[in-house]
Design a protein around this ligand. Structure first.
Ligand code: BGC
Length: 454
């Protein structure tokens, strides 16, 4: 029995790692542009508006991709759509590296963004549907770990590429290599996906019971798989409606509220203001360019270490508790940073420490848990589409924050900006405390049944 559970755990872990390569692409695309944009600006003589558009057009693609991911994955399956995501990312990488004009570059980035939108929605969902409930939190959060690794790794890739040539080569070619290298993880993702099984829950929904059972059996052992399959069947039959209207039924309305509000809160509490603009923030406290880049690396490292801490805690302590503690620390940190910027001479060390504390608290809580919760709280019949609603909202919120942060910083200054983030952090704390439900250790069917009882 012990051996069986060990064998099956390594199988499901491997499958989850393959899927999580999609997270690596997410992280890669999030930060590759920050290394490229300076050279592209010189090469194409971009104004401020065009620069902003070149950076954020990816998010438009992600919104479109997340929107289609749900409907198409309910229809065609999770695996086919993940492969599509990998292909789109790869195509986007090749074309953005070769783009002769800035408009073609933008189109290529949007295509890649569609891939990211699809994979960001479906990787957590696919892992949630295949993982045993006891380890689901940790396995789904491997995706977030991959996102974080992608964000940091690309920083070093960019640096190595820039160092490979002189300034004129950098302006003409370095950024093409930075984007083109996305081809490698993109293709690895596509190839590896051919070796993972389709989601057993989606297979059962298609009436492919034998296939669904053999995958569940491999993961959970025969006895447990039988029980799980019965539960999956019962939940699919119970919700006769496969339409999104199901989400407006009394119990499921709360699930929808939790998914959408958490998605917004993950973004509007300011993580990407820090991820995208860290060097800018550090410069404001009088740190030189080199030191500010070093501090950006430290931000990446803290994000990575505390995401691992989260993986360790998530199935032990639970989602709700981590969200409550995380948002409390995030709020306090944001407020302290706000107060510091309110001073004529902000204390650089204090700002740095509390920004790092904010990143650590985010990495333990809202970073991984929001993606996990939106993948696990919706009913199987409409899981793809419902998760996509939350995921589109998340990308939209990301777009809004990344557009308005520089404007806010310029008009009201950093103190007010951070106070706004802190106020939203306080709301995140209250929402986690009062509305979010614990899903730790429950099967997806048990979670679904609890909504129906409300
Ligand atoms: C968020 C991203 C963010 C990243 C930082 C993810 O969970 O969705 O927007 O850049 O975490 O680690």
């Amino acid at each position: 029995m012990n051996t069986t559970s060990k064998v099956s755990y390594s199988f499901v872990t491997l499958v989850s790692i393959v899927a999580a390569v999609g997270g690596l692409l997410f992280g890669y695309d999030t930060s590759v542009i920050s290394g490229a944009i300076g050279f592209m600006q010189t090469k194409f003589n971009l104004g401020a508006g065009m620069q902003g558009w070149v950076v954020s057009c990816l998010l438009i693609g992600a919104i479109i991709g997340a929107g289609f991911a749900g409907f198409l994955s309910d229809l065609l399956g999770r695996k086919k759509m993940l492969i599509t995501a990998g292909l789109l990312f790869t195509i986007g990488s090749i074309f953005s590296a070769l783009a002769p004009t800035i408009n073609l570059f933008v189109i290529a980035r949007i295509i890649g963004g569609v891939g990211i939108g699809i994979s960001s929605t479906l990787v957590p969902l696919y892992i949630a549907e295949i993982a045993p409930s006891k380890h689901r939190g940790r396995l789904v959060s491997l995706n977030q770990l991959a996102v974080v690794i992608g964000i940091s790794a690309i920083y070093f890739v960019n640096k190595a590429i820039v160092n490979a040539g002189n300034h004129s080569w950098d302006i003409n070619f370095s950024w093409r290599w930075m984007l083109g290298c996305g081809l490698i993880p993109g293709l690895i993702f596509v190839i590896l996906l051919f070796f993972v099984p389709e989601s057993p829950r989606w297979l059962q929904k298609q009436g492919l019971e034998n296939k669904a059972f053999s995958i569940l059996e491999r993961i959970n052992g025969t006895q447990h798989a039988k029980k799980e399959l019965e539960d999956v069947k019962a939940s699919i039959q119970k919700e006769t409606s496969g339409s999104l209207k199901l989400l407006f039924k009394p119990g499921f309305r709360i699930a929808l509220l939790i998914g959408v509000v958490l998605a917004i809160l993950q973004q509007v509490t300011g993580i990407n203001a820090i991820m995208y603009y860290a060097p800018e923030i550090f410069k404001r406290i009088g740190v030189g360019t080199n030191a500010s880049l070093t501090e950006t690396i430290i931000v990446g490292l803290v994000n990575f270490v505390f995401t691992i801490v989260s993986l360790w805690l998530i199935d032990r302590v639970g989602r709700k508790t981590l969200l409550i503690i995380g948002s409390a620390i995030m709020t306090i940190s944001l407020a302290v940073v706000g107060f510091q910027f309110n001073n004529v001479h902000p204390n650089g060390a204090v700002v740095l420490v509390f920004i790092l504390l904010f990143v650590a608290a985010f990495a333990v809580s809202f970073g991984p848990i929001v993606w996990l919760v939106i993948a696990e709280i919706f009913p199987t019949n409409i899981r793809g589409r419902a998760t996509a609603v939350a995921s589109v909202t998340l990308w939209l919120a990301d777009f809004v924050v990344s557009q308005f942060f520089p404007v806010l910083l310029g008009s009201t200054g950093p103190a007010i900006t951070f106070f706004i983030f802190a106020a939203l952090g306080l709301f995140a704390f209250i929402f986690s405390l009062t509305v979010v439900r614990e899903t730790k250790g429950k099967t997806l069917e048990e979670i679904e049944a609890e909504w129906s009882m409300k």
